[in-house]
Design a binder for this molecule. Structure first.
Ligand code: FES
Length: 117
């Protein structure tokens, strides 16, 4: 039997243009108590992670949709200043150095960003 691979299920998150270039956008969780998603953008590239800092397992921001990003390269946790690379979510400085954010697989098509499941 030679069945074709099914297409992965996707759920729309946002458009590239919803995210400030070099910054981040918060996508609230659909279920109360579940972690949201933070989507980072540099130009036409984007990366998505669970909005959970590996230091204390709390959101990276303490005000809604307010994130600190530097040089379109690093996202800083608002609590104890851990610095995470956009590309892989690895903490390169701060109290959880070497740990990483949990990646959310995404697809970008015609500037629409969808999460893959
Ligand atoms: S909770 Fe993020 S650095 Fe401490």
């Amino acid at each position: 039997m030679n069945a074709a691979s099914p297409e992965p299920l996707t759920s729309f998150l946002c458009t590239l243009d919803d995210i400030p270039d070099g910054g981040a956008l918060e996508i609230a969780a659909e279920q109360a108590g579940a972690p949201g998603i933070v989507v980072l953008r540099r130009g036409d590239d984007a990366w998505a992670y669970r909005n959970v800092c590996p230091h204390f397992s709390i959101p990276l921001n303490y005000e809604p949709n307010t994130f600190w990003a530097y040089d379109a390269e690093l996202l800083m946790c608002a609590h104890h200043s851990a610095m995470f690379r956009f590309e892989d979510g690895v903490c390169i400085d701060g109290p959880c150095q070497g740990a990483a954010l949990t990646r959310v697989a995404i697809r970008i098509e015609q500037r629409n960003i969808s999460a893959l499941s």
